[in-house]
Design a protein around this ligand. Structure first.
Ligand code: FEO
Length: 396
């Protein structure tokens, strides 16, 4: 079945929805699925821009054949080599052996390593252009957004940017494919979770790309995931700008790990004291239940972070350690931190929290509190002190 949709005259969206995969990159949950967006330009030359994930190849190639109406593919632009977009390259080459692959110097070693493809290559550099008939393709390098080879392709005649993963989103395209055809409220968390989890480590490269591409007139941004942006372009660019500068709103994320409930009680107490101080954006997460992707997403939103863990085998609880490792790996910047815990005898979590704070260079706003067993009046006072110190710093 041909599922292609014309988005501009002779330019087609050729994406597929994936509602079966549970976890993206074998790590990130996909409760609302994900779409892989490929695009085709039919001009004097025919051009495919990125492909789709391998499991949906048959549907994809059927739609592509229908769009091309018997013509071959002349060019395949590989803006990004990650297999959710390069997965159909070998099949595409088998069907259209004369096509030329367009990429940059960092694309082609990956192409050979992944798929053994090493011929009919056209290397492009920053600012290079290629005439394809009535249109021009202009290529801009956006390294580490989010891979080293990543580039974007701009069509000045249509003011259209093929942006690879940038401005992408988790979530399938349920009917509509444009930002004004889909329920953006429904996708809200998936848009920010995609940024924070997939792109979030690369704030500086994102800032560099925004500056480089900032002067281009844009009528559409065609990402490789999520909706095509045409009505809310300024809004999504503004959000990328804010996220990649690590700018946050007033709010506090409390994440805790608790075996017998005492650490959770402390988390709830701190949350209550924050609310009494007027903080409205409070998110409390149990690291044993909530995947780090959601907690990290909230941490990208809110400046305050309060972490609590019970002792476990003389150290920190494993699911809290996973969250800390994720945050360290991403190098998330610009947060205020407090931490607490609970032990039965020798303690455990506090040294790990201290090392985390030092590594992240987050300001610790309060003395840590490691309570022993059931919560005592002195622990309640300590929880109150943590909340008050956080609010004071948030409002400085
Ligand atoms: Fe959607 Fe980085 O691949």
């Amino acid at each position: 079945m041909n599922t292609a949709i014309e988005i501009k005259k002779n330019i087609y969206w050729l994406g597929v929805n994936d509602r079966r995969t549970h976890i993206f990159e074998n790590y990130w949950p996909l409760p609302k699925g994900v779409a892989y967006n490929s695009y085709v330009i039919v001009d004097e030359k025919t051009v495919v821009l990125d492909t789709v994930e391998r499991s949906r190849m048959d549907d994809y190639l059927e739609s592509l054949e229908a769009v091309l109406a018997g013509r071959p593919v002349d060019y395949l632009v590989v803006n990004h080599m990650e297999p959710d977009h390069s997965g159909a390259i070998k099949s595409l080459l088998a069907r259209y052996p004369d096509l030329t692959v367009i990429g940059n110097a960092k694309t082609f070693p990956m192409l050979e390593n992944y798929y053994g493809v090493n011929h009919r290559l056209l290397e492009v550099k920053e600012g290079d252009t290629l005439n394809i008939g009535s249109r021009t393709l202009a290529f801009y390098m956006v390294p580490m957004l989010h891979w080293p080879e990543t580039m974007v392709t701009y069509v000045p005649e249509d003011k259209l940017l093929f942006s690879a993963d940038a401005f992408g989103s988790f979530g399938t395209l349920d009917g509509g494919i444009f930002d004004d055809q889909v329920d953006l409220d429904y996708l809200e968390e998936e848009i920010s979770r995609y940024y924070s989890n997939i792109v979030g480590k690369y704030g500086m490269p994102a800032q560099a790309a925004l500056k480089k591409l900032g002067g281009l007139p844009l009528e559409m941004i065609c990402a490789t995931h999520g909706p095509i942006w045409r009505t809310h372009i300024a809004d999504i660019i503004a959000r990328y700008d804010k996220w990649s500068k690590y700018e946050t709103d007033e709010g506090v994320v409390i994440a805790f790990s608790s075996m017998y409930g005492h650490t959770e009680q402390m988390a709830d107490l701190i949350g209550r004291f924050l609310a009494e101080q007027g903080i409205r954006k409070i998110r409390i997460h149990d690291t044993s239940k909530t995947h780090p992707s959601y907690i990290i997403n909230d941490i990208f939103r809110y400046k305050g972070v309060i972490l609590g863990s019970c002792a476990y085998n003389g150290g920190i609880f494993p699911t809290m350690d996973t969250l800390l490792c994720e945050l360290e790996n991403m190098g998330v910047k610009n947060h205020l931190l407090a931490y607490f815990g609970n032990k039965t005898w020798g303690g455990g979590a506090m040294p790990r929290f201290k090392a985390f704070a030092e590594k992240m260079k987050w300001e610790v706003v309060a003395e840590p509190d490691e309570a022993t067993g059931a919560i005592k009046p002195s622990d309640i006072e300590q929880c109150k002190a943590i909340a008050e110190a956080m609010v004071k710093k948030l409002r400085e």
